[in-house]
Design a protein around this ligand. Structure first.
Ligand SMILES: [Zn+2]
Length: 181
């Protein structure tokens, strides 16, 4: 006895048209062979559904998400520190370059003498700084001077921008993770 098309219909029972389904159910009531196949197929489908629906341990999603946020915050802090140290490093190098330049142009004794003279003449701090700036301007070529001052102010500007950005990023991340800073 042939069990077609019933065997095919059993395997396609999820998408079977209503008319065919009715015919199949009539056949299942009378045919033990197809009833057995139908039963086995249902067991297999149930098994598959149960296996794919294995759920993660309770709290897994929350743990993973909070772990992710913490990792992101840590990475952001690391980046901020890297940027800060980088700018600090270049600022310090600039200071050394300036110091070396000044010492190559005039002896430290000259500078010290000028400094002490100005301290002695004008105890006013603003006046002293102004005079030091004038000495510097008089003893160096204007073009180099300008370039150095532009470089110094750009570096300092970037440094403060980096700091503001780092603080802003840390506070934004803190708002999202409620992490104590
Ligand atoms: Zn049959």
């Amino acid at each position: 006895m042939s069990h077609q098309p019933y065997e095919t219909w059993i395997l396609e029972s999820n998408t079977l048209p209503v008319e065919d389904r009715r015919v199949l159910e009539t056949h299942l009531a009378t045919c033990e062979h197809c009833r057995a196949l139908h039963h086995k197929w249902r067991v297999v489908q149930q098994e598959l559904r149960m296996r794919t629906m294995v759920s993660p341990a309770p709290g897994f999603v929350q743990r993973w998400q909070s772990g992710l946020a913490a990792r992101r915050a840590k990475e952001a802090r690391r980046q901020a520190w890297k940027a800060f140290l980088g700018f600090m490093g270049s600022a310090i190098i600039l200071l050394f370059v300036l110091a070396a330049y000044v010492l190559s142009y005039s002896s430290p004794a000259d500078w010290l003498a000028a400094f002490i003279r100005h301290i002695a003449y004008a105890m006013d701090l603003t006046d002293t700084l102004f005079s030091l700036a004038l000495i510097w301007l008089r003893s160096t070529p204007p073009a180099l001077n300008l370039a150095l001052w532009i470089y110094a102010s750009v570096t300092l500007g970037m440094l403060s921008l980096a700091w503001v950005f780092a603080l802003w990023r840390t506070s934004i991340i803190g708002v999202f993770t409620n992490e104590p800073r």
